[in-house]
Design a protein around this ligand. Structure first.
Ligand code: CA
Length: 378
């Protein structure tokens, strides 16, 4: 079996209303998909997290190394590309590009053997996951305390058991938003906060202490990803669990996070940290160090499906059978016209739960008409 073609699909869609997190506004959504075809007619799909035009260029540059290779050799291909580029790209865009390629290869492998990827990873520990709603971003119009509480209540009414609120807009502003959202959703719904590394450790500890009485499920990316000392300071100062890792890459990057016990919850993105091959290894390391693994997900149905296949095989966080806590899926609820449109059957939650697709490979089929409809201009 040989790889015959590697195509990239750069997609873009404007948003009806821009939204902001702590560091930037979004006015459009992009996606960078990888399509790998083979001499047996099997086609696999992957997705790269990160700046789409840059990851597209890197995947295109990696293409000559892939043409003619055996697509079943996911481990060999990963090792070869990583070793060839080690001197120039141990983190960031190169690993994001490699992630999309690796996911596409696993999709090929599952389709070739006519089994879901989780069968190839050792079999499913679970067939469905609970999801939390990622949303509660800032808008150009309106009072945040009004629209954030209204949006949060909407997620609860949809059946979500947990919601994540963006913070990082100034400590007083954040405290008001956290208290308003907690009051609106009541005491029984999980509430996470995510600063997207807007703060240093001093400010993050100030915010954390001010909202410790609000039963926060986790405080995500309080400080920049490279500041592991800052992470440890925040973690030591607060009773709130500390999460992060969407800006970390490969088992080598996460090794320092684990050894330093910088996080309570680690969040590698399957489309960024090295694909399914690498994230399985990172997840095994997380379990070894007793650190919870809840993947970061910010993409289309391909990224969601890849995360679900991996999550099928992850151990529970707590080992006690009667009260075990399973990994939870991040389900982005912000506007993303491409997210579901590229799938023939969208991955839609039911009362906050999502079944893991059981079909071959990623268990999804691509709607090619949608690829044409959203194709970005070069
Ligand atoms: Ca985040």
């Amino acid at each position: 079996m040989r790889i015959t073609e590697v195509r990239t699909h750069l997609l873009e869609a404007p948003l009806s209303e821009p939204f902001a997190y702590s560091r930037a506004w979004y006015a459009s959504r992009t996606a960078m998909l990888v399509e790998i075809t083979t001499d047996t007619g099997v086609t696999g799909w992957g997705e790269c997290y990160g700046p789409a035009r840059m990851t597209q260029a890197i995947v295109q540059a990696m293409k000559p190394w892939l043409i003619g290779a055996n697509p079943l050799h996911t481990e060999r291909i990963w090792q070869q590309i990583y070793a060839d580029l080690r001197d120039h790209g141990q983190k960031g865009l190169l690993i994001e590009a490699l992630s999309g390629i690796d996911i596409a290869l696993w999709d090929v492998k599952g389709k070739h053997f006519q089994v879901p990827i989780y069968d190839l990873l050792g079999g499913p520990v679970r067939t469905a996951v609970q999801c939390y709603a990622t949303g509660l971003y800032r808008r150009k119009q309106g009072n945040p305390l009004d629209y954030l509480t209204e949006e949060a209540v909407g997620y609860v009414e949809e059946g979500f058991h947990a919601v994540k609120l963006k913070v990082g807009f100034g400590i007083a502003d954040d405290i008001a938003a956290v208290r308003a959202v907690r009051a609106a959703i009541g005491p029984d719904i999980g509430l996470m906060i995510d600063a997207n590394h807007a703060y240093d450790a001093v400010a993050a500890i100030q915010l954390g202490r001010a909202v410790e009485d609000q039963n926060i499920a986790w405080f995500e990316e309080p400080v920049p990803p490279e500041d592991l000392h800052g992470y440890r300071s925040v973690k030591a100062a607060l009773s709130i669990p500390i999460a992060g890792g969407e800006c970390e890459f490969t088992r080598f990057g996460f090794r320092d996070v684990f050894v330093g016990h910088a996080l309570d919850i680690v969040q590698p993105d399957t489309c960024a940290a090295g694909g399914i091959t690498e994230c399985k290894k990172i997840a095994d390391m997380a379990a070894t160090f007793g650190i919870r693994y809840n993947p970061h997900v910010w993409g289309t149905g391909i990224g969601i499906a890849a995360s679900l296949q991996l999550m099928a095989t992850l151990p529970t966080h707590t080992p006690t059978a009667l009260s075990s806590q399973a990994p939870i899926l991040e389900l982005d609820q912000t506007e993303h016209p491409i997210r579901h449109a590229i799938l023939t059957q969208p991955l839609v939650h039911t009362r906050g739960g999502l079944a893991i697709p059981a079909g071959p490979g990623l268990g999804i089929d691509i709607n090619r008409d949608a690829l044409d409809a959203f194709r970005a201009s070069a």
